[in-house]
Design a protein. Structure first.
Length: 159
């Protein structure tokens, strides 16, 4: 894709197309996984590869969305809400899950998206696939604990 929006209508179209493509990749990654933690790991791998392969889509979903005014911010919030919703089932995996702060999933989603945006800004998107294990450990730790998150992240390193 690698398009750059030249008008608000262009931005909306590029964002929606990029978001739909990302959703499909995430849903397929999760569906092909044996359980929720491995689905999250597969989804992060797929999302980071998507961003590395398509800088235009990554920009539309991150930096361009935040720079596009109220409409872009609303779309960016929808992306974060979608990602957070995918993390919420992790609360059921631990007895202390309900005690996690209400903002846990939003913070995890925001951290992952910020990592993509930061790499995009520094023209280092190609690093994302190699950073996936650390991002997986980050995202899974509140739900499965540090040791299990590290094990799951390491198991997917050879992808």
């Amino acid at each position: 894709m690698n398009e750059i929006a030249s008008s608000p209508d262009d931005f909306a179209s590029i964002f929606e197309t990029s978001f739909a493509r990302l959703q499909i990749l995430i849903e397929e990654a999760c569906a092909a996984s044996a359980d929720w933690p491995s689905g999250v790991a597969a989804a992060i791998h797929a999302a980071f590869e998507f961003a590395a392969d398509d800088p235009g889509a990554a920009a539309a979903l991150t930096n361009e969305a935040l720079a596009a005014g109220a409409d872009g911010i609303a779309r960016h919030r929808r992306l974060l809400a979608y990602l957070a919703e995918g993390l919420a089932p992790g609360r059921e995996l631990r007895a202390e899950g309900p005690a996690l702060p209400d903002v846990t999933e939003q913070a995890m989603a925001g951290g992952l998206v910020s990592l993509v945006a930061e790499r995009l800004t520094r023209d280092r998107l190609a690093e994302l696939p190699d950073l996936a294990p650390e991002a997986i450990q980050f995202a899974l730790t509140p739900y499965v604990g540090a040791a299990e998150a590290k094990r799951i992240a390491a198991a997917g390193k050879g992808r």
